[in-house]
Design a protein around this ligand. Structure first.
Ligand SMILES: Cc1ncc(COP(=O)(O)O)c(C=O)c1O
Length: 457
């Protein structure tokens, strides 16, 4: 008999509410602070985000209804399948059961459309005509272009230079959906011009691209443009929790009450949060679940950076956020996992780590590509370089289960496919990939400019 490999949910079984971790944290979230060190009021964020999303950003409601019109768009690919990785298990010879939530089935190829659709919809409701954003690997920019095209908004994307050069097809996807995409830093904004004057050959960073996108939104004299962020913020984590809420129902369908280990890769934190927060809710309520966030050694935010107040971008346009941060001027090495090259981490994920609800692991890109290749050769799908971090971490857990002789259930988020990221695979196969480790001494040096900033409680 052919074994059941994929576990599906009907459209009628889709979660009707998102889960907000904020009210369940053991310690309340530190508020975002303005330049004067005082908490920012919702009004101060109004030039950047529409008020309906600001309300979600500060909400202390545990469950927030998903509007029907958003669900009607999400059903184009949701509920996403939960897949048992039998072939990977066999290759590893592990007694563990490995499941992955396949978010690569979305039209843009990753988890990012879950929040792109929600954000575009709320902006449209608020009367906004155009969104600006940044993108690292191009997944987020293409997801937002896709969402804007369905919902009827203009979309402009500032793409980190190194990825713009490495991944030209992502730009073409954005253009196909009607978005515009330019390399960041660009000459279009003051923030971009300042950086280019100082560092003409910079590979760019998410922090710089965010500065450019915010500037482009707030400087639109019509007032009809807002900025949209693909990760980090509370409302983005919220929209992604549909992943974990579906996974819970799917595991229950095959008689699994809870996974033993939940794994996600961490850039700004959103796919990790999306899968893990509904399980962290169970953990807070007594379930024994190990939750692991995997990140690159070259951008070790969760594993090496301090928990501080820092800006989300280079030009200091965002409020100060309470998070693990390598410093807003940090320019990570040009690894292929462009979406994991971010200096900070979502305040909610940072709080979860600080409160002992999760642990973090740093992994070199060579181990990740090796894991990605094994996955491609066993399960068949070529993973995004970001996703290979979750796979490498899940493989570590499966090997541990083998050593311990335990039949654990391991669940990880397959955050995206790598069909637009093949240059990284080619470099790996040609032996041209370099591992970078960010030295601890440089972290201290880079954080010196934050002397005098307030510290989170
Ligand atoms: C496939 C994929 N996974 C993960 C990430 C990391 O982002 P986040 O930590 O917000 O999920 C990205 C970001 O671009 C991505 O494209």
């Amino acid at each position: 008999m052919v074994k059941q490999k994929k576990i599906f949910l009907d459209e009628s079984e889709m979660p009707r509410q998102w889960y907000n971790l904020a009210p369940d944290l053991p310690n309340p979230l530190n508020p975002p602070l303005g330049p004067d060190g005082n908490p920012v009021s919702p009004d101060m964020l109004a030039p950047v985000f529409p008020m309906n999303l600001i309300e979600q950003e500060v909400s202390q409601e545990r469950w927030i209804d998903i509007p029907e019109e958003i669900l009607e768009i999400l059903v184009r690919w949701r509920p996403s399948p939960l897949v048992r990785a039998y072939a990977l298990e066999e290759a590893l010879g592990t007694p563990a059961k490995i499941f992955y939530k396949n978010e690569s089935v979305s039209p843009a190829g990753s988890h990012k459309p879950n929040t792109a659709v929600a954000q575009a919809w709320y902006n449209k409701q608020f009367g906004i005509k155009k969104l600006t954003t940044e993108t690292g690997a191009g997944q987020w920019g293409s997801a937002l272009s896709f969402a804007c095209s369905l919902i009827g908004l203009e979309c402009k994307v500032f793409m980190v230079r190194v990825s713009f050069d490495q991944k030209p097809f992502r730009k073409m996807m954005m253009n196909t959906w009607g978005g515009t995409c330019i390399a960041s830093p660009s000459m279009e904004t003051q923030a971009g011009r300042n950086i280019l004057a100082k560092y003409p050959d910079t590979p760019g960073s998410l922090g710089i691209a965010i500065s450019e996108a915010i500037e482009a939104a707030v400087s639109d004299p019509t007032g009809e443009t807002r900025y949209s962020l693909g990760s980090v913020l509370n409302h983005v984590m919220l929209h992604q929790t549909i992943i974990g809420l579906e996974a819970k129902k799917q595991l229950a369908k095959v008689g699994i009450k809870k996974p033993d280990v939940v794994v996600g890769c961490c850039g700004g934190g959103s796919n990790f949060a999306g899968l893990s927060f509904p399980f962290i809710y169970d953990k807070i309520n007594g379930a024994d679940i190990k939750v692991v966030g995997a990140e690159p050694f070259s951008c070790p935010t969760l594993t090496k950076a301090p928990f501080i107040y820092d800006h989300g971008d280079v030009a200091k346009m965002t409020p100060l956020l309470p998070m693990y941060s390598l410093g807003h001027t940090f320019i990570p090495a040009p690894i292929h996992a462009g979406g994991l090259r971010y200096h900070g981490m979502a305040p909610l994920v940072s709080a979860a780590l600080k409160d002992g609800l999760m642990e973090a692991q740093a992994i070199h890109q060579s181990e990740c590509f090796e894991a990605g290749l094994l996955f491609a050769k066993t399960e068949g799908i070529i993973p995004a370089p970001e996703t290979t971090h979750a796979i490498a971490s899940a493989i570590r857990e499966a090997n541990l289960a083998k050593e311990e002789g335990k039949e654990k259930t391991i669940l990880f988020n397959f955050s995206g496919h790598g069909l637009m990221d093949l240059v990284g695979y080619e470099k790996y196969l040609n032996g041209e990939l370099t591992d970078y480790e960010y030295p601890e001494s440089e972290i201290g040096e880079n954080l010196k400019m934050l002397d005098g900033y307030p510290l989170p409680k």
